[in-house]
Design a protein around this ligand. Structure first.
Ligand code: F6P
Length: 350
């Protein structure tokens, strides 16, 4: 119910970093509750931090968020722009927020976007963060939306690859995303019944992997090897397409799947092929889990803004949606604990 004496705020919303399914569901929840319950106004900043940096914005009201719940991607666009790497970046953001009459920002992003939000909060900007990433690697939240969708896409791919691998008595190596965390590989591999799962959290011995593959062939089944893009062989260098860094200092990962398939073919004498799932894992419509999680996070984010609870990130802890300090959430990456990996190892090679 709208209160007459409440102060109306003008709130900027942005989505930064790699997109993921569920971003639109957050935007919708924020705007729907913000307008209907609190009477606030919104402005959509385009392409992540580039929006407030360059004053690129678009109207964001109930009409603009109609019908976007099931849509993948983000109606606001995204980028990996880091305002702290740009001359006078912070001053420019402040100027553009003031010019557009914006009182507060809701930043929806992963470690990089929320890292910027953390620093801006420390510099006095009114910010609330919402965690997103298919990688599920943000601390202080049990899950990030986008992860469940990515895992389901990868699982479905693995299900399909089983049948063709069996027909041709081949090894199929499936490379999945996740950057320096193995969550997608672990969950998709477990759900898809992979023969071996390789994560960035533990270097693998290619001889041992070849042993698992051979054992699987002895059982008259073709092996599926799921490898996270950030996984590394023992004493090996991470395999990279190129060594260029983005503005947050990340290398572009990818290539380990191809390398591994070549090694396995040479060591086992059985044909091995690679499937790189890549951005397919980030595209398309979100699962029901991600839509619900994204919606609940959006509702909590607008409540935090309304209450002036700045510098917080909304998070899922157990089944509750809570608020945690942004600084706590961005302090360190949440990687796969080795005891979780041990659960998967039970099934390797059998
Ligand atoms: O962080 C999400 C993610 O999809 C990672 O899993 C992957 O390493 C990276 O982004 C890919 O980045 P880009 O979209 O720039 O290719």
């Amino acid at each position: 119910m709208l209160q007459e004496d409440e102060q109306i705020m003008r709130i900027g919303v942005l989505t930064g970093g790699g997109d993921c399914p569920g971003l639109n569901a957050v935007i919708r929840a924020v705007v729907r509750k913000g307008v209907a319950t609190y009477g606030h106004e919104f402005v959509g900043f385009q392409d992540g931090w580039k929006g407030p940096l360059e004053g690129l914005s678009r109207p964001l009201g109930i009409a603009e968020v109609r019908g976007i719940l099931p849509r993948g991607g983000t109606i606001l666009g995204s980028s990996r722009t880091n305002p702290f790497k740009i001359e006078n970046g912070v001053e420019r953001i402040r100027e553009n927020l003031a010019a557009q009459g914006v009182d507060a920002l809701i930043a929806i992003g992963g470690e990089d976007t929320l890292g910027v939000a953390t620093k801006l909060h420390e510099l006095g900007v009114n910010v609330v963060g919402v965690p997103k990433t298919i990688d599920n690697d943000l601390g202080a939240t049990d899950y990030t939306f986008g992860f469940d969708t990515a895992v389901n896409i990868a699982m479905e791919a693995i299900d399909r690859l089983h049948t063709t691998a069996e027909s041709h008595h081949r090894t199929l190596v499936v490379e999945v995303m996740g950057r320096h965390a193995g969550w997608i590989a672990l969950h998709a591999g477990l759900a898809g019944g992979a023969n071996v799962i390789l994560l960035p959290e533990r270097q693998f011995d290619v001889e041992q992997v070849a042993g698992y593959v051979e054992k699987r062939f002895q059982h008259q089944y073709a092996p599926i090897v799921v490898v996270a893009e950030g996984a590394q062989p023992l004493d090996g260098q991470m395999v990279l397409h190129n060594q260029e860094l983005d503005s947050f200092g990340h290398v572009r990962l990818g290539g380990i799947g191809q390398w591994l398939a070549e090694q396995l073919e040479a060591k086992t004498g059985k044909e091995a092929r690679t499937v790189v799932l890549g951005h397919i894992q980030r595209g398309g419509t979100p699962t029901a889990f991600d839509r619900v999680l994204a919606t609940r996070l959006g509702l909590q984010a607008i409540d935090a803004v309304h209450e002036g609870d700045w510098g917080k990130m909304v998070a899922m802890q157990s089944t509750d949606i809570v608020r945690v300090p942004l600084a706590e959430a961005t302090r360190e990456l949440k990687t796969v604990p080795l005891e979780r990996y041990a659960e998967a190892e039970v099934f390797f090679g059998s």
